[in-house]
Design a protein around this ligand. Structure first.
Ligand code: ADP
Length: 496
């Protein structure tokens, strides 16, 4: 059998082994606990992170809601502002502009009260323009405040900035505005048209829940700018309208004056025509007698004439012819001017008419060995004219060309059909006409001061008569010439 010692030893060994086992088990348990603790920590960290994220999401959601609300407010504000701007811009009458600010639209912007003032430089004071929502005593108090603090309001306009009860404004003035207008919050913005005097717009609210922000200041700035722009347009329109009225008045006065002058000129011209006409008639009778007596004497019906008397009588006869010619031209001009001489417009053959005139002037042309060329194409052949009067036109123009063209020169007559009429150009290679004389050439009694005119006689009536005849046919006459370069007289006559 086992001894006690043996048993004790066995028990000791068993205990020792048990203790070792327990230690080993404990060690593993501790390790397990550590792993568990680590997992627990990880999970806790994740939970914390999730919690943070949830809080962030809630915060973001709140901010998003706020932004959305602000955005909604801004959109409805912009919508109201657009309507306000449109109705303001619909008038061009300065006195009507502020009446176009609709209180309902202004309320949509959050303000139930508004007033505006424009500076009057003549009176050196601000003049009230609108009152929306202020009681009579409130607006009176505001007017007094604006009067008392006019320098501060002028400085505010000069700064070109918008202020509100929130920011920027001198605290004393801010509190005064709040107190006088009985408003909790307000925005004040300058009105600055480019033309004329400026002013300001002040809007406010008593609403305790209304909190002004930068967006409100921006909207009121836009509204004040719109008012300034419309006032500027109205002033420009007024200015333009006045200028136009002035111009119309001036034009009317000038027209009146011109028609009075025209009547005067017509009366003078008639008096001149009547005078020439009666003087010419008076001259014609004695001239006819002079010519008659000279003819009787020259015919030697009263006895033979000594040569020196004959010579003088012939001179009297020649000069009387010239005078008769002059008197006839004057009478004709007077008759055409007064409308007493009517042109008998009949179909004529231009070529044949020119040939007749060439024949009539044949001697002069031959004497000076002048080459005469007529170029009248078939389509310019037929014209409508008073035969004898048109002959006078050609005789005068070709006669002048012959007179002012040196020997062996050239005279050309060319015709061409234009719109409803025939244009005739009479060209010569003569002395030409100085530029400064061209404007006066068709006036009665005008003659260029040159050597040929000093030598040869003339009345200065030929071209005036020609012009009257052409115009009495409904045509026009003009000249192109310069000294030494020949001349071209052109006129139009109705085609047949
Ligand atoms: P008159 O021939 O009797 O002087 P007109 O009225 O026919 O009067 O002409 C006015 C002036 O115009 C002439 O004196 C002359 O100086 C100028 N004139 C007219 N025709 C010509 C021409 N073909 N060439 C140069 N000068 C001309």
């Amino acid at each position: 059998m086992f001894s006690v010692d043996f048993m004790i030893n066995i028990l000791g060994i068993i205990s020792f082994l048990t203790i070792i086992l327990l230690v080993i088990t404990l060690f593993f348990k501790i390790e397990q606990m550590k792993t568990l603790q680590a997992s627990f920590n990880k999970v806790k960290k994740q939970l914390d992170e999730m919690d943070e994220q949830a809080k962030l999401i809630m915060r973001t959601d709140l901010e998003l809601n706020k932004t959305q609300e602000e955005l909604d407010k801004k959109i409805s504000g912009l919508y109201a502002l657009q309507k306000l701007s449109r109705s303001i811009a619909s008038t061009l009458e300065e006195s009507q502009i502020f009446n176009m600010v609709d209180p309902a639209r202004l309320a949509e912007l959050g303000f139930e009260k508004a007033c505006a003032f424009l500076w009057d430089d003549a009176q050196k004071r601000f003049l009230p323009q609108i009152n929306i929502g202020f009681l009579a005593e409130e607006i009176e108090a505001i007017k007094n405040l604006v009067r008392a603090e006019k320098d501060k309001f002028l400085a505010l306009i000069k700064s070109e900035k918008t202020f509100s009860s929130l920011s920027g404004l001198d605290p004393v003035l801010r509190e005064k505005i709040k107190a006088t207008g009985k408003v909790r919050a307000f925005v004040i913005s300058p009105i600055m048209p480019k033309e004329g005097e400026s002013g300001f717009l002040c809007v406010g609210t008593e609403d305790p829940d209304f909190f002004i922000n930068e967006g409100d200041e921006e909207l009121i700035t836009i509204l004040a700018n719109q008012l300034g722009q419309t006032i500027e347009n109205a002033r420009l329109f007024e200015k333009t309208w006045r200028a136009q009225q002035d111009l119309e008045k001036k034009v009317e006065e000038r027209t009146h004056e011109l028609s009075r002058l025209l009547d005067e000129v017509k009366a003078i011209s008639k008096r001149k025509t009547d005078f020439i006409s009666s003087v010419s008639h008076e001259l014609r009778t004695p001239l006819t007698s002079i010519k008659g007596y000279a003819a009787i004497l020259l015919a030697e019906k009263l006895g033979k004439l000594p040569p020196e008397i004959r010579e003088r009588l012939e001179k009297i006869n020649r000069h009387s012819d010239e005078l008769v010619h002059l008197v006839n031209d004057l009478l004709d001009i007077a008759r055409i001017e007064s409308g007493r001489m009517l042109m008998k417009k009949e179909p004529q053959e231009l070529k044949e008419l020119v040939a007749t005139v060439e024949d009539l002037l044949g001697v002069q042309l031959k004497q000076k060995q002048i080459r005469f060329e007529a170029d009248i194409p078939a389509e310019a052949q037929k014209i409508l004219a008073d035969r004898s009067q048109l002959e006078r036109v050609f005789i005068n123009l070709i006669g002048n060309a012959c007179k002012f063209t040196p020997e062996k020169g050239r005279i050309g007559v060319a015709a061409r059909k234009t719109d409803g009429s025939v244009q005739v150009d009479i060209t010569d290679t003569g002395c030409g006409i100085p530029e400064e004389a061209l404007g006066a050439i068709f006036e009665e009694f005008y003659r260029v001061d040159n050597a040929i005119n000093q030598e040869l006689k003339g009345t200065g009536l030929g071209l005036a008569l020609v012009k009257h005849i052409v115009e009495a046919h409904g045509g026009k006459i003009w000249v192109k010439s310069s000294t030494g370069a020949g001349s071209t007289f052109s006129f139009t006559i109705p085609s047949g």
